[in-house]
Design a protein around this ligand. Structure first.
Ligand code: IPE
Ligand code: IPE
Ligand code: MG
Length: 244
């Protein structure tokens, strides 16, 4: 079946089902302006809200945002604390918007060592929005791709018989990831870094990668549309023969 298409500035553009974004460059964006890293994160999250609205307006059904990796706990207490405060505020303040737009909020990532207030705010908004059907926003918070795979393996080992494990398929395995979402079609990392940094290792298996130089606080709706144009030009073969 042909993927859904839309028109942007008279151009026919393919819509990915699942877009995943590594929101990178907040710190460097701030430094360039003589601001603190904390101010960079404030600007980044302001932009994330705008961009998420735009993505769902375009008709995309699933959007993942990498907002805090398991490795990001290595940063200063001040920076980690500020980001944790941002997550709590985001969950509490944005419920109205998610309800209005019919967006289900889900999270990928472990609990420890997240502060209790973040766990509570996270679980609260997930519960409030669980019946929404217009789209899914997946916040990868305290997320690591390897940790996710190990977590899935442990759950499978605990819940399944030896026989079921012997017959386990890739599809079965996917159901044990933090969230059961479609594979990523388009993975965007802002700020010019050309790496995955442990992001959705399983789900990005056949994703198209797009690496704009723009730092996340400046990554606009138009920049996102440009990524869709580029995505449309890609020839996704999935190991098959070119279809031209
Ligand atoms: C990404 O921006 C935001 C988070 C980790 C939450 P960075 O903080 O990594 O910004 P740079 O890479 O230092 O510029
Ligand atoms: C990846 O960015 C994590 C998030 C954006 C949340 P980092 O800035 O932490 O990644 P590295 O350290 O440059 O690989
Ligand atoms: Mg970074």
């Amino acid at each position: 079946m042909d993927p859904e298409t839309i028109t942007i500035n008279d151009q026919l553009v393919k819509l990915p089902k699942h877009v995943a974004i590594i929101v990178d460059g907040n710190g460097r964006w701030a430094k360039e302006r003589g601001l603190t890293r904390m101010q960079g994160h404030d600007a980044g999250f302001k932009n994330l809200k705008k961009l998420a609205n735009h993505i769902f307006d375009r008709g995309i059904k699933v959007a993942s945002f990498y907002v805090f990796s398991t490795e990001n706990f290595k940063r200063s207490a001040e920076e980690v604390g500020h980001l944790m405060d941002i997550f709590v505020i985001l969950c509490r303040r944005e419920l109205k918007t998610f309800m209005k737009n019919n967006i289900k909020v889900v999270f990928s990532g472990g609990d420890a060592p997240l502060p209790q207030k973040v766990i509570e705010a996270r679980d609260w908004i997930a519960e409030q929005t669980k019946n929404n059907t217009g789209g899914i926003i997946n916040f990868c918070l305290n997320y690591g791709g390897r940790a996710e795979i190990v977590h899935a393996v442990k759950r499978i080992a605990a819940e399944k018989s030896a026989d079921e494990i012997a017959n386990l398929t890739e599809q079965d395995f996917s159901k044990y990831l933090y969230q059961d979402l479609p594979d990523v079609d388009l993975m965007i990392r802002t700020s010019g870094e050309l790496r995955l940094s442990n992001f959705l290792l399983w789900q990005n298996s056949y994703a198209e990668f797009y690496f704009p130089k723009t730092k996340f606080p400046d990554f606009s709706a138009d920049d996102f549309d440009q990524a869709l144009v580029e995505y449309t030009l890609r020839d996704r073969r999935f190991g098959g023969i070119k279809n031209a």
